[in-house]
Design a protein around this ligand. Structure first.
Ligand code: KG4
Ligand code: ZN
Length: 325
């Protein structure tokens, strides 16, 4: 069974062809990062227009790489939630067009579910597991009980973790996206140098806007600040907040397995701290390779495969949603 996965929920256009849920025949990504860099963040209108320019070409290229024709695709899986509405609309409208023209079934995929299951493109993880999805648009914790069966435990009340990385980097004049630059810069800094605050939030919710403001204030009040120390201390505060809630879920549900996914899961300090702290609790942590952490079509095709296999079909009238349903 061959599933075409289409991802356009933010600023990356992703197209993949996955055979039988295991064999990735093509996985192409077109990043718009340079287009949005001048604005210091994603501009939804620009993102949507670029997806429109790219999607057909990328799909043709993926088919060529896989040595397939469109007729050989069994199902079309597309992200329809959550994300930027203009961006989602381009992907979903394109997928609907293909499904209608080819008379192929359409499957609507939740972007966060796709991130949580991206690890399965590389290895299996026993159920249940705790999944932390941390990206530029989302910070959510789930208890994953089975394929497609996820309990949403909590999310950020304000900024997403990646958004905080991007905003702090902007204030420090480090460019966009901020995550990779801060990650690199922090390697030469002391993570204990500045005690940035970790928000005290209820249950499984997160908050990063107070931390972001604290870093901005610190940078403004200390013009000769040590950038590496600020980066390392900020990063430590983000990771501490993510770890606290993840460990709480591991303990409360007695689940010794954690998957961390989304763009921020590329962060080297996060990987080190999660690996060490979970090992102390006899729990394992799994990180997808960076190319499967950030947005991609393969993870959409993977979720599309098991949902299609269960007989799930989206109507051609299926809508897009900016938020988690
Ligand atoms: O998953 P993703 O590609 O797109 C969204 O769905 O948002 O994540 C992008 C986010 C950006 O905020 C970027 O700064 C962050 O992931 N990011 C990182 C790192 N690499 C990417 N954050 C921290 N450390 C990194 N190494
Ligand atoms: Zn994402």
């Amino acid at each position: 069974m061959i599933v075409l996965g289409i991802e356009t929920s933010c600023d990356d256009t992703g197209v993949a062809l996955l055979k039988d849920g295991t064999k990735l025949l093509a996985n192409l990504l077109s990043s718009q990062v340079n287009l949005h860099a001048v604005f210091g963040g994603v501009v939804p209108e620009i993102a949507a227009r670029k997806h429109l320019d790219t999607l057909l070409l990328l799909t043709m290229k993926a088919l060529e790489q896989a040595g397939l024709s469109l007729e050989e695709v069994d199902s079309i899986a597309v992200t329809n939630r959550p994300g930027l509405v203009p961006s989602l609309l381009v992907g979903v409208t394109f997928a609907k067009g293909l499904a209608y023209a080819l008379d192929k079934p359409l499957v609507a995929v939740d972007h966060l579910e796709a991130h949580a299951f991206a690890i399965f493109l590389e290895r299996e993880v026993d159920f249940p597991f705790v999944a932390l999805v941390v990206s530029g648009g989302h910070t959510s914790l789930f208890l994953v009980e089975d394929f497609g069966s996820m309990r949403h435990l909590g999310a950020t009340l304000d900024d997403a973790a990646g958004e905080a990385f991007d905003k702090v980097a902007k204030v420090m004049g480090l460019g966009y996206p901020g995550g990779p630059v801060i990650d690199k810069l922090a390697k030469g800094g002391d993570f204990k140098a500045i005690p940035f605050p970790v928000a005290k939030t209820d249950g499984y919710s997160f908050s990063f806007s107070g931390l972001k403001t604290a870093v901005i204030n610190y940078v403004k009040k200390n013009p000769n600040y040590n950038a590496a120390d600020v980066a390392a201390s900020f990063q430590e505060a983000v990771v501490k907040a993510l770890l606290q809630k993840t460990l709480k879920a591991v303990e409360e549900f007695g689940v010794p397995r954690v998957v961390v996914a989304g763009g921020v899961a590329c962060n080297s300090w996060l990987r080190k701290r999660f690996t060490e702290d979970l090992a102390k609790r006899n729990a394992s942590v799994f990180f997808p390779s960076p190319k499967f952490c950030t947005d991609n079509g393969a993870m959409v095709a993977f979720v599309g495969t098991y949902r299609y296999g269960r007989g799930e079909r989206a109507e051609l009238s299926v809508d897009v949603h900016s938020r988690v349903l």
